[in-house]
Design a protein around this ligand. Structure first.
Ligand SMILES: [Zn+2]
Length: 262
């Protein structure tokens, strides 16, 4: 069976547990409420056509150390002026806007379509993970760790091999050490079968990044060594927490325990 069948993805997206960001990311401060936050609104010009978005400044600062540092320093005198976000698609930023006010990601293809209304229905003709990968890249560029983790969880829970175009995108825009890149290496090593590739995917193989292929090769050698040593089973599973950027073992254990069925 082809892992990439669309309806499976929709199902996986629909059933994945929605974890509130507050429980998966230990933050030292609490999310500002509408009554307590400053009413200061900042304007962001997104994408090459400079589409205009207005966001509560406190929310941006709460979720993003990048914006926090920026508003506390050099942007300060420029806060009246729109802030350029040139390298992000409007459809990606729409997903971010929905998320920053709700802490929710679209759960199904239909919801992603609706969220991406400005981007048009071509946003997704079939689910490839591309939209979430683009959101992850945004969360990496503008440092939104809670969003990175939620997107990572969603991609992990979809449990499908990403299309090669998504792999190419991730490795071209993220450091090789980024959890999403590591996950793509790990999941290909774990699940890829020759029969997974149709004709169009086979044609994409030549574009695969060296770092990705090297990662799969090294990971494969490591896994084979552990299998031979009987340190793991051939049916091994990947652990979501390996891609969570936990800062301490304690935080990791807490995250694991929160995901155990009660
Ligand atoms: Zn975790």
């Amino acid at each position: 069976m082809n892992d990439r069948i669309l309806h499976e993805v929709d199902n996986a997206l629909a059933v994945v547990a929605e974890q509130p960001a507050s429980s998966i990311q230990r933050q030292t401060s609490t999310r500002p409420s509408f009554s307590s936050m400053s009413q200061a609104i900042v304007t962001l010009n997104v994408g090459p056509n400079e589409s205009c978005f207005h966001v509560h400044r406190d929310l941006l600062m709460y979720y993003s150390p990048y914006f926090k540092a920026a508003f506390n320093s050099s942007f300060k005198e420029a806060q009246e002026r729109p802030i350029p976000i040139p390298d992000v698609k409007v459809s990606t930023f729409n997903m971010f806007m929905d998320w920053i006010y709700t802490e929710r990601l679209p759960r199904t293809k239909k919801e992603v379509d609706e969220t991406g209304a400005v981007g048009g229905r071509e946003l997704i003709s079939s689910y490839t993970g591309l939209e979430f990968a683009e959101l992850y890249i945004f969360a990496d560029m503008y440092d939104v760790p809670v969003l990175r983790r939620q997107v990572m969880d969603r991609i992990f829970a979809a449990s499908v091999l990403p299309k090669y175009a998504v792999v190419v995108l991730a490795f071209s825009r993220l450091p090789t050490s980024a959890p999403l890149c590591r996950f793509f290496v790990d999941v290909y090593c774990q699940r890829f079968r020759e029969s997974d590739d149709d004709e169009s995917e086979r044609k994409q193989r030549e574009k695969l990044p060296h770092e990705f292929l090297l990662g799969v090769m090294l990971r494969h050698a490591k896994i084979m060594g552990r299998l031979r040593a009987k340190e793991m089973l051939p049916s091994y599973k990947l652990n979501m927490c390996d891609y969570h950027e936990h800062e301490t073992e304690e935080e990791r254990q807490l995250c694991l325990s929160e995901r155990q069925p009660k």
